[in-house]
Design a protein around this ligand. Structure first.
Ligand code: SAM
Ligand code: SF4
Length: 329
């Protein structure tokens, strides 16, 4: 699949649920209204849509959410999608999770063909962790990390940089990830969905974070890329990678290779734009799959050039109404 700007689209991120048992302050408000379960695609329908994308050239699938591991029987989907790894039609099946459920799932996940997981941890301080996630526990998440490592999964940590919250700790996290043999990826907060606080209070430009880190660590630029928006460096002292995802300070769209499917079957061609395609209707009205194929092709044909994120103090509205948990972070 090639979009109008000549970019090959070979990466699909699938949000299998908008629900979560955490309430991270930058992601959700404390009292969220979630989608009615009846609106969700079944696991079998998710498999059909993902498989249609694989047939069209998608090489990498990431299962995300909300918290993907709270979706009931989600392992069935992993096992079903694992068949595309066996045939060689898919290079990678991965997962983004907050990690709490990993002790239950890590082994089974590896059997399904998952080799890498991204776990989101924004702080190593248990109290701060609880404040950021509202309902989470760092101890449980660390149990999850251990389980993932014991199951032989390659773990990367995602951390959102938050002004006045974890900014003084990021250097320590770089050291900790180094000691654990784990790569770290830092993310700027994106203005997605209503939250309880003011995002401009949370926003911390990674250019500043990087400048501070460079006082302590030697960061060497690399060409390493996961095909995603992160720009990677190697931390010379630890040998681990450190990535920066900077949607607000640097426009990363020129190399965008991905589209995103929500749990209700809506396809977003860009995380930062509202245009979308309804794949659920296509899927349900035409069992042959032809309408689904056509709808996907038309959608890729209007993938936009880029997002227009801006965190604006004057407008208290988020840039987009939908939360990251709907589109899948
Ligand atoms: N629940 C899983 C987790 O937290 O890893 C998967 C879904 S979560 C939406 C995926 C990633 O998006 C997490 O790393 C999270 O920190 C990040 N995220 C959520 N809301 C965000 C926002 N407004 N700006 C930047 N990153 C965000
Ligand atoms: Fe849940 Fe992930 Fe959002 Fe945190 S970032 S509230 S863990 S979906």
């Amino acid at each position: 699949m090639i979009d109008p700007f000549g970019r090959t689209v070979n990466y699909l991120r699938v949000s299998v649920t908008d629900r979560c048992d955490f309430r991270c302050v930058y992601c959700m408000s404390e009292h969220m209204t979630f989608l009615p379960k009846s609106d969700l695609l079944s696991l079998e329908e998710l498999d059909r849509v993902c498989s249609a994308f694989v047939a069209k050239g998608v090489r990498k699938l990431r299962v995300t959410g909300g918290e993907p591991l709270v979706r009931r029987n989600v392992m069935e989907l992993f096992h079903a999608l694992g068949r595309h790894l066996e045939t060689g039609d898919l290079d990678e099946l991965t997962l983004t999770t907050h990690g709490r459920q990993l002790p239950r799932f890590a082994d089974d996940r590896r059997r399904a063909g998952v080799r890498r997981v991204n776990v989101s941890i924004d702080t190593l301080d248990p109290e701060k962790f609880q404040k950021i996630t509202r309902w989470g526990s760092l101890e449980k998440v660390q149990d999850g990390l251990r389980a993932a490592k014991e199951a032989g999964l390659h773990v990367k940590i995602n951390a959102v940089a938050l002004k006045g919250v974890n900014e003084d700790e990021i250097s320590e996290m770089v050291g900790w990830c180094g000691s654990q043999g784990i790569d770290l990826c830092l993310i700027e907060t994106m203005p997605l969905g209503e939250i309880d606080g003011d995002r401009s209070d949370q926003y911390l430009p990674l250019s500043l974070v990087r400048a501070n880190l460079q006082k302590v660590w030697t960061l060497e630029d690399t060409d390493y890329s996961t095909g995603g928006p992160a720009r990677y460096t190697t931390v010379k002292e630890t040998g681990q990678r450190l990535g920066f995802i900077t949607p607000l300070t640097h426009n990363f769209c020129e190399s965008c290779n991905r589209v995103r499917l929500t749990c209700t079957g809506t396809l977003y061609m860009c995380l930062g734009q509202d245009d979308a395609a309804d794949l659920r209707t296509a899927l349900r009205t035409d069992p042959s799959g032809e309408l689904l194929d056509r709808t996907i092709d038309e959608a890729i044909g209007r993938k936009p050039k880029g997002h227009d994120f801006v965190i604006d103090r004057r407008q208290e509205q988020p840039a987009l109404k939908r939360h990251m948990s709907v589109t899948g972070g």
